[in-house]
Write a protein that binds this ligand. Structure first.
Ligand code: F6R
Length: 614
């Protein structure tokens, strides 16, 4: 949450910052601001609203070689210009991502010293604290501030008597940096560095990065030099752009066939059978260094994550339990550590996260470690905190996901669960070689079924028009479809602002049916053949109460046409692979409904990508 960028070098920093903030806007878009060294001092411009509003306020003559910029998702203090970053006090100007938990106590101390904040933010208190500790030595000051600050933070700090230099420090919240011929750049994520370099490093926690026009010096808190651990990205700028699509979300929906293939292909190997006649596909996790013993040494699996990533976990539970016969529970990460969870060294905790930064998921992972459980994470962002702190990592290769609503990351997370379930079911002898090979072939084929769904864009547009004025909607399904209903519901509500609920279809008559009245839309997921007849009965129940039914089912399913207003067909496939195409259908409905309602699809109100606060 909150986008951070800093630049010092041979370009106009104001331009660099504004471009960078545009790229980081998905991390928060309540307000934005920049601070640049200019005319012997530091000039600050802030604005409420999106980065475009800030751009309007920055004059063409605003030329500087060094500055910092921030796009905010409000935590402490409402959305206002005074609360927008950068914040300054005395010689210190800074931007911040995170939450200073002890800011009240610090504020009290600082007020006793005669200082008075002008905003309602924890960040201004941090600026006041750092200024109160500054006597010309930035390192000593930052070190002293770190001793006093509690909570999570990533700071970029300017000292007015050290022109063209940026100091950075972080705990929890992310910061990445790179040094190029054009200058030194720091940002809250790689997307904003890409136009300068594909090589970067993650600022280690409790280390100070000093950025000058020509280099970045990294030191620990004892001022010992540390060599940054360089990483590089495999994707380029175009991966983080709209490339002709109206919205990032639509582009990312269409990128799913590629994202899934990139995620599964390196983990599927072809082998020739002993008789040299038959070829087999087998799952292989050597590139991930995940040993087979990981699953044989455990008697229980806990999957924990937030939002859409948690919904991928619900699907993971079905797969792992069905194929491995190991009990799996799925917990919302924000609840996990407060419910006194039961874990020991025979427990495997799987965390799932696109960003690898989600504060609650990270905290759940840390608790799992403390309690001696083994940990495996499914993460999209390389080198992110969750990836670094897990015993084992399965990287999804979805590429950068910019739209706040997760789409390709979700189906890539599903793919990770399929590969893990197949590998360990095979390793444990629960699946024979030819069975697992058949499954893997079908997993490759999900890409074709997604492409079939994408061809129906016009039909989704037509259905969405029916939902323009909807206020309440229900998703129902059974088995895997019940897990998928949760994902359909969150996708719809977050970008269309329509209230929706996901229900296990059989549960409707235990209360919810009273809400089904004439014309209420119900999206009925009916892709699971083993429960199709039961699902049809549930469709009859809602139909009898006047519901407008949109049914998503497989081409071969026989369902009376009187039971639905719209039928969306996905290619016939084995039940366990149906969630892919059905998920894409749900994403398309959500996308076109939001677009038809004229909403900001990529940046829905009150939300932000990468939730780094609890
Ligand atoms: C919904 C969505 C969120 C995220 C959740 C976890 O479309 O994107 O629910 O899935 O905030 O984020 P990550 O996966 O980054 O941990």
């Amino acid at each position: 949450m909150c986008g951070i960028i800093g630049f010092t070098g041979h370009l106009n920093s104001a331009e660099v910052l504004l471009k960078g903030l545009g790229e980081l806007e998905y991390r928060g878009y309540d307000s934005a601001g920049i601070a640049c060294f200019m005319d012997g001092g530091i000039r600050i411009i802030k604005s409420v609203g999106k980065v475009a509003a800030l751009k309007e306020k920055v004059p063409a003559a605003f030329v500087s070689s060094c500055g910092i910029g921030h796009t905010r998702w409000a935590t402490h203090g409402g959305v206002s210009e005074v609360n927008a970053h950068p914040h300054s006090c005395g010689k210190v100007t800074l931007i911040h991502n995170g939450i200073i938990e002890n800011y009240h106590e610090l504020e009290h101390e600082l007020k006793l010293g005669g200082r008075q904040p002008s905003s309602q933010t924890d960040t201004e208190i941090a600026a006041m604290l750092i200024d109160s500790l500054y006597y010309g030595d930035a390192y000593q000051t930052i070190k002293a501030a770190v001793d006093k600050l509690e909570g999570a933070y990533a700071f970029c700090i300017l000292f007015s008597d050290q022109p063209d230099v940026i100091y950075c420090i972080r705990k929890g919240s992310p910061l990445v940096a790179c040094s190029t011929e054009q200058g030194s750049v720091v940002a809250s994520d790689m997307v904003a560095l890409l136009r300068y370099s594909k090589d970067y490093f993650i600022l280690p926690e409790f280390h100070i990065a000093k950025l000058t026009k020509t280099s970045i010096t990294l030191t620990d808190l004892n001022e010992e030099r540390v060599e940054p651990e360089m990483l590089s990205v495999t994707w380029d700028m175009s991966a983080a752009q709209k490339n002709g699509f109206k919205h990032y979300m639509l582009k990312e929906i269409y990128e799913q066939p590629e994202a899934i293939t990139r995620t599964i292909a390196p983990r599927i190997k072809k082998y020739t059978g002993e008789d040299s006649k038959k070829e087999y596909l087998l799952p292989d996790l050597t590139c991930d260094n995940i040993p087979d013993s990981l699953f044989s040494d455990i008697n229980r699996i806990i999957i924990t994550a937030c939002g859409t990533a948690m919904h991928a976990g619900l699907m993971g539970k079905v797969l792992l339990e069905r194929l491995l016969r190991i009990p799996v529970t799925v917990d919302i990460a924000s609840e996990f550590r407060y419910q006194d969870p039961i874990m020991d060294r025979n427990t495997l905790v799987i965390t799932v996260s696109q960003s690898g930064e989600t504060a609650d998921t990270l905290a759940a992972l840390r608790l799992a470690h403390e309690m001696g459980a083994k940990t495996l994470s499914i993460v999209n962002v390389k080198g992110s905190a969750i990836a670094r702190e897990s015993d084992y990592v399965f990287y999804t290769h979805a590429g950068p996901e910019i739209a706040v609503a997760s789409t390709k990351a979700y189906t890539a997370q599903l793919s990770a669960f399929y590969i893990l379930a197949f590998r360990f079911a095979y390793a444990k002898g629960c699946l024979a070689k030819n069975e697992v090979s058949n499954y893997l072939q079908k997993l490759y084929d999900v890409v074709l079924s997604i492409e079939e769904v994408l061809k129906q864009a016009d039909y989704f547009k037509k259905i969405s028009k029916e939902l323009i004025h909807t206020e309440n909607l229900f998703f129902i399904g059974r088995g895997m479809d019940s897990a998928l209903a949760c994902e359909g519901s969150i996708k719809l509500k977050e970008i269309t602002y329509i209230h929706s609920e996901a229900y296990a279809a059989g549960e409707l008559k235990h209360g919810t049916l009273s809400l089904i009245t004439e014309g209420i839309p119900v999206i009925a997921l009916a892709t699971q053949s083993n429960v199709l007849s039961k699902m049809v009965s549930n469709m009859k129940e809602v139909r009898a109460r006047g519901a407008m039914v949109i049914c998503i089912t497989t081409k071969d399913a026989v369902i009376e046409s009187s039971l639905y207003d719209f039928r969306i067909d996905i290619p016939a496939t084995e039940d366990i692979f149906a969630p892919y195409a059905a998920a894409v259908a749900l994403q398309m409905i959500a996308y076109y409904t939001s677009a038809s309602r004229g909403l900001d699809v990529d940046q829905p109100r009150n939300l932000a990508k990468s939730v780094t606060v609890e």
